[in-house]
Design a protein around this ligand. Structure first.
Ligand SMILES: [Mg+2]
Ligand SMILES: [Zn+2]
Length: 123
């Protein structure tokens, strides 16, 4: 009995993608999606190289915020978030847990909701 899928079956599975919707996408799912899409390549590139791509995307977001359309801005936010998830995957940081730990109980500076830190302070 053979356990190997046919080439055609492997190709079909490879592109058998369930489309994501934004409504219910958690940070954990985002990290899984990015790992499924790019995990192997990301591991070969390493965190240093990935950080360079992340910063390039931050620059593209800056340009889109300055003069882009709504659609261009949305696409650049997606790119920055995707590369941030890649970085987190690369150093085994769970983004959802990290955000909850830092921001889940009020402002990390003053512990208030909403923040009562002075405007000149970085919370
Ligand atoms: Mg981009
Ligand atoms: Zn505060």
């Amino acid at each position: 009995m053979t356990c190997f899928a046919s080439d055609r079956e492997r190709k079909r599975r490879r592109f058998d993608v369930v489309p994501l919707t934004g409504d219910d996408l958690t940070l954990t799912e985002l990290q899984r999606v990015i790992r499924d899409l790019y995990g192997a390549k990301d591991q070969r590139r390493g965190v240093e190289g990935t950080f360079m791509w992340f910063m390039e995307e931050v620059g593209e977001l800056a340009a889109a915020l300055r003069s882009g359309t709504h659609e261009e801005r949305a696409a650049e936010f997606a790119d920055v978030l995707a590369w941030l998830a890649t970085l987190a995957n690369g150093v085994n940081v769970d983004l959802g847990a990290a955000v909850a730990a830092k921001y889940g109980a009020g402002c990390p500076g003053c512990r208030q909701v909403p923040c009562s830190c002075g405007l000149a302070e970085k919370p």
